[in-house]
Design a protein around this ligand. Structure first.
Ligand code: NZQ
Ligand code: ZN
Length: 388
C-alpha cells in the first residue's frame, strides 16, 4: 500500500425525512443562496421540503443550472452571491448542481482574476470558499462527499475539473426517496458512473491494498445486483438506499487511498461530452470497455482478479486473455442492461469524432493519461476506433 493522507469532513444525514433537519443545520447562517437545476426539485417535492425546513429564513434562489454545468451560467450566480453577501450556499440536485455550487463557493471570494483560472490551475489557486451544503437527488457522481467539481466553458467547449479541500460540503442530505422521480436514463447513468468510478481506482496495478480491493469489489457487486432492480422497481426504498450509498462510497476517497489510479476513461469521456453533448455516463459506457481491451496486457493481473471476484469467472478452462475478455464483455453487457448504449455509432458519431477528441486532449494538456502515464492521444485514437 502506498502512503496516503485521507481527509473527509462531510457530515452525512442519510435516510427518510432528513431534509427536515435543514433548519437545524442552517441555524448559524442568515444569508442563504439556494442553487438548483432545471426544475426537477419543483416536481418531486424536494423544493417544498426545503422551504418548509427553512421556515422564515430568507433565501435567494438561483435555478437553471444545466446538466454539465457551465461557467457562463454559474458566473451569474457568483455575481448574485457577491452582491447579496451570502454566507451559505445550499445546492439541491444531482452532480451538476453540486459541482456548480462548489465552483460558485470557490469563485465568490476568489481574488486572483477571472474565476475560470480555478479550472485552468486544477483548483490549486483556491484558498477559501463560501461554506456550502447539499441535498442530493441523484446518486451517481459522489460529488456530495468529495471535493471535486467538473465545469464546462460553453464558449470554448472546454470541460475541466478542479478539486480543493475548501469545497467539501459542510453536510450532505441523502434521502433515497428523492430519487423515485428519476427517469430510467438517469437511473442507468448513475449506476454506470458509480461503477466506472470504482474501476478507475481499482482496475490498475496490484498495490497490496486488500481493504481497498475488497471495498471496490463490494461496491461493484452491489451495483450489479441492485442496479437492474432500480429500473424494474423504481420505488423500492432498500434498492435506492443501497445505490445512493454505493455511489457515495465509490468516490468519497475511501476506495482510492493508497492505490494507483487511472482516470483515462473519464478524461476522454469529458471531451466527448464537451464536443458532442453525450451524458457523462454515456461517454463512460462507450470508452471503458474499449480502454480495458486496449490496456489488457498492462492490467492483466487486476483484470483476472476482477473476473474472478466480481464476475465469478474462473480461468481453469480458458486462457488468461480469454478470461479478461469475458470480464470486459460482461461489463459492457451490464451497461447495456442498465439501458446505456456502448458504441459511438449508437449516439450518431463516426470516425470524425476521433481526431476532434485527440485535438481537444492536446489542447487541454491531457497527453499522458492512465496509471502508467503512457496513454497518449495516439493510444486514445486506437481506443476510440474500438468504440465505433
Ligand atoms: O436539472 P434538474 O431539473 O434537477 O434535472 C436533472 C438533470 O436533468 C435530473 N434530475 C436530478 N435529480 C432528479 C432528476 N430528475 C428527476 N428526479 C430527480 N430526483 O437529472 C438530470 C441529470 O442531472 P445531473 O446533475 O447532470 O447528473 P449527474 O448527477 O450524473 O451529474 C453529472 C455531472 O457531474 C460531473 C459530470 O461530468 C457531469 O457534469 N461529475 C462530477 C464528479 C465529481 N464532482 O466528483 C465526478 C464525475 O465523474 C463526473 O465527472
Ligand atoms: Zn464520473
Amino acid at each position: 500500500m502506498q502512503n496516503f493522507d485521507f481527509y473527509n469532513p462531510v457530515q452525512v444525514l442519510f435516510g427518510k425525512g432528513q431534509i427536515a433537519n435543514l433548519g437545524m443545520l442552517l441555524a448559524p447562517y442568515s444569508r442563504i443562496m439556494l442553487l438548483y437545476g432545471g426544475g426537477s426539485i419543483m416536481q418531486n417535492g424536494v423544493y417544498e421540503q426545503i422551504k418548509a425546513a427553512l421556515g422564515e429564513k430568507s433565501c435567494i434562489e438561483f435555478g437553471g443550472i444545466e446538466a454539465n454545468p457551465t461557467y457562463e451560467t454559474l458566473m451569474r450566480a457568483v455575481e448574485i452571491g457577491r452582491n447579496g453577501q451570502i454566507d451559505f450556499i445550499l445546492a439541491a440536485g444531482g452532480g451538476s448542481v453540486i459541482d456548480g455550487a462548489k465552483f460558485v463557493a470557490a469563485a465568490i471570494p476568489f481574488q486572483d482574476g477571472d474565476p475560470w483560472q480555478i479550472l485552468e490551475k486544477w483548483g490549486r489557486n483556491v484558498h477559501s470558499a463560501t461554506p456550502f451544503g447539499c441535498v442530493l437527488t441523484l446518486a451517481a457522481t459522489g460529488s456530495e462527499t468529495n471535493c471535486a467539481s467538473v465545469i464546462t466553458q460553453a464558449a470554448t467547449r472546454s470541460k475541466r475539473s478542479f478539486s480543493n479541500r475548501a469545497v467539501f460540503a459542510r453536510f450532505a442530505i441523502m434521502d433515497p426517496q428523492t430519487q423515485y422521480s428519476l427517469p430510467p436514463r438517469q437511473i442507468g447513468n448513475g449506476v454506470v458512473d458509480s461503477f466506472v468510478h470504482v474501476v478507475e481506482q481499482y482496475l490498475t496495478q496490484d498495490c497490496q491494498a486488500a481493504v481497498q480491493d475488497r471495498l471496490a469489489e463490494g461496491i461493484l457487486l452491489t451495483l450489479i445486483e441492485q442496479g437492474p432492480k432500480a429500473l424494474q422497481e423504481p420505488q423500492n426504498y432498500a434498492v435506492r438506499a443501497d445505490l445512493m450509498w454505493a455511489a457515495s462510497m465509490a468516490l468519497n476517497g475511501m476506495c482510492g487511498v493508497g492505490v494507483i489510479q487511472d482516470w483515462s476513461t473519464h478524461m476522454v469521456g469529458h471531451e466527448l461530452t464537451a464536443l458532442y453533448g453525450l451524458d457523462h455516463a454515456q461517454t463512460l459506457a462507450v470508452v471503458l470497455p474499449a480502454m480495458l481491451r486496449e490496456r489488457r496486457a498492462q492490467k492483466q493481473n487486476k483484470l483476472l482478479q476482477f473476473a474472478r471476484r466480481v464476475w465469478q469467472l474462473e480461468s481453469r478452462e480458458a486462457s488468461p486473455e480469454a478470461v479478461c475478455e469475458m470480464a470486459i464483455a460482461k461489463t459492457e453487457q451490464f451497461f447495456r442492461e442498465m439501458g446505456v448504449k456502448t458504441r459511438l455509432s449508437e449516439y450518431g458519431l463516426d470516425s470524425q469524432a476521433i481526431e476532434a477528441v485527440q485535438n481537444a486532449l492536446r489542447a487541454h494538456r491531457m497527453v499522458s493519461l492512465g496509471e502508467q502515464r503512457d496513454i497518449t492521444p495516439e493510444v486514445v485514437g486506437r481506443v476510440l476506433q474500438r468504440c465505433l
